[in-house]
Design a protein around this ligand. Sequence first.
Ligand code: ADP
Ligand code: GLC
Length: 473
Amino acid sequence: MPRILMVTSEAVPFAKTGGLGDVLGALPQALRARGEDVAVLMPRYGSIPLDDAARVASNVMLHPGWMTFPADFWVKQVKGTPYYFVDCPPLFGRDGLYGSHGSDFGDNHIRFSLLSHAAIALSRQVFRPQILNLHDWQAALVAPYLRGFYAHDPTFFGTKVVTTIHNLGYQGRIGPHLLPDIGLGPEQMRPDLMEFHGDVNFLKGAIVYADWITTVSPTYAREIQTPEFGEGLEGLLSARANSLSGILNGVDYSEWSPETDRYIAQRYSADTMEGKVACKLDVLREFGLDTKDPRRPLIGIVSRFARQKGFDLIAQVARPLMETGARFVVLGTGEREFEDMFRWLAETYPDQLSVRVQYSNALAHKIEAGSDFFLMPSRYEPCGLNQIYSLRYGTLPVVRATGGLEDTVDGQTGFKFWGYTGNEMLGAVQAALEVYRNEPARYRKMQREAMHRDYSWDASAARYSELFRRLLA
Ligand code: ADP
Ligand code: GLC
């Protein structure tokens, strides 16, 4: 029974900005259900209440670099899994996980260095792991610290480091003059260690020093070894190809199923689809679109507005896209450029597109249930969860065939396009609408097929277990 400590900056139900939070809210429990002894460590942000938590250590002195921060450790149990929190109000007691008002905090390198030191302190004093599983750049510094300062600490003899890459687009980079802030020295500034175009690269450290690297879909594991997707780390990743694998994320169907969803207007299943019409009317109303013609096709989008997500393709073909007659409901927040683009579309085509620039879990559920199609034209997509939710809601995904989108959508359950161009995306949308309008029996069959696909965590957790056990054998 391997003991595993997962280090992360997000986990549902405590903190989430994207799919990372979903994964760390579900994978640990799925592993525990398989008998693994898993715990999670994350920062205690200001938004996380401690009234139902137990304190496990107080006033632990942590030294990210030349500064010292006292921190407390707390724990809460989530369905039997301990979630540990490092509580350091000057660094984490703020609104926002990584920044506020659209810009990152200037001391993120110190904040997440402290998280990494906290992982080591917790491992030495409270929960002694055999596997340290580091998620994304925010947890990355554990690896160089462990293989450097703690190389001779018996706590970590035999401890394996597994780095999980959820998104190579975020690496955590700082100038070398900031090395003293994170307690590392100039010896890291080598191209085979943490140096990257003159900067210090956190994620690179976690790749270089890891025993194994996973990413969140098999296709993305291959893609990141190429210049198109490698974000400059393709050379290193292909050099480490023998210690790199892709394990597809699962989804938590207790949260995302039309049979039990508590946010939607009417529940439904593959056999009782009437409820989906009520959901469509509800989401149209919610977005201020007219409800007179519920047969008119509706395309949903729920997303972080980031370059990764491919919305510039929509701008390329806005006019012909609207000429298809489909309507769009869009929910998201993020980069100003895309917020403005969707607002402009909503002003220009008020009866066809409506956008809500906000974060709302309830609206996300309503869109999944009420739409006929779900559009994800991603430039790259490590796994993607929304298209998997869509399948379960009988909302056929229209996706660019990349990363996890390639691995979870096929011709029986959705529509794909390959080239990163507006016209290819338009072609896929047109093909989808064609089936919806002229081949209702085929559309219905695809819905059924989609709703029966199973991406529950069991299978994915089994692959993590297998990997952890193999590394310790
Ligand atoms: P990523 O992690 O790249 O953002 P994923 O598809 O893996 O992409 O996960 C995104 C998660 O965040 C999903 O659970 C999705 O429902 C949620 N989400 C994204 N934007 C919003 C929003 N504006 N409101 C509510 N939920 C959102
Ligand atoms: C990332 C990716 C997304 C993935 C999620 C969870 O943020 O962008 O594709 O599903 O992490 O692994």
